[in-house]
Design a protein around this ligand. Structure first.
Ligand code: COA
Length: 160
């Protein structure tokens, strides 16, 4: 069956997902990838503010999202999807679950490289707006954009 018509299941990550998530980090995020040790620590549940979500298609982990929850802010630290499963709604399903586990009044914030056109198009479509621009934020001199959306607007967008 074509990946674009297969069902996406989103669930909380567990320590058993560490290798799959670390592989996704390496494949999707290059030199910004988190190490398997860091991923394992996050999935162990010992970091109380951090929540890992994984997306499965046909029993395989093909995407993940990581939110850090503090007060009324969820910082979306990660969202990534395996290349051969992109443009089939996997990231949208992950983001919908990030919003679903947040309180409706929470703000969802994230940083994205200004030159990451694919991710920016995804966030734009989801309803994020630009809050700030950080000049020369990354090691290679690229700027970061800080984007924001309310959890309630993301919930509405995902159910539309
Ligand atoms: C950004 C990313 C997570 C999107 O994942 P995805 O599963 O392909 O996204 P979805 O299929 O849920 O996309 C939903 C909508 O967002 C928009 N969109 C997503 N990716 C896009 C792209 N590359 N170009 C243009 N629009 C895009 C489209 O409107 C899409 O709907 P459509 O396919 O019906 O047109 C994925 O490209 C990725 O993993 N990139 C590498 C990691 C990364 O840069 N993460 C963000 C770091 S801040």
């Amino acid at each position: 069956m074509d990946v674009h018509t297969r069902r996406v299941d989103v669930r909380d990550g567990t320590p058993d997902d560490a290798t799959a998530v670390a592989d996704l980090e390496r494949a999707c995020l290059g030199r910004d990838a988190w190490s398997e040790g860091l991923v394992r620590e996050g999935l162990s549940g010992t970091l109380p503010t951090v929540r890992y979500l994984v997306a499965e298609v046909g029993g395989e982990v093909v995407g993940h999202a990581v939110g850090s929850h503090a007060g009324d802010v969820v910082e979306l630290q990660r969202i990534a999807v395996r290349r051969d499963h992109r443009r089939s709604g996997v990231a949208a399903a992950l983001l919908a679950q990030v919003a679903a586990v947040a309180a409706p009044e929470d703000r969802v914030l994230l940083e994205v490289r200004e030159d990451n056109t694919g991710a920016r198009a995804f966030y734009d479509r989801a309803g994020f707006v630009e809050l700030a621009r950080r000049e020369r934020y990354y090691a290679d001199g690229a700027a970061a954009l800080v984007l924001e959306a309310s959890a309630s607007s993301l919930r509405t967008a995902s159910s539309a």
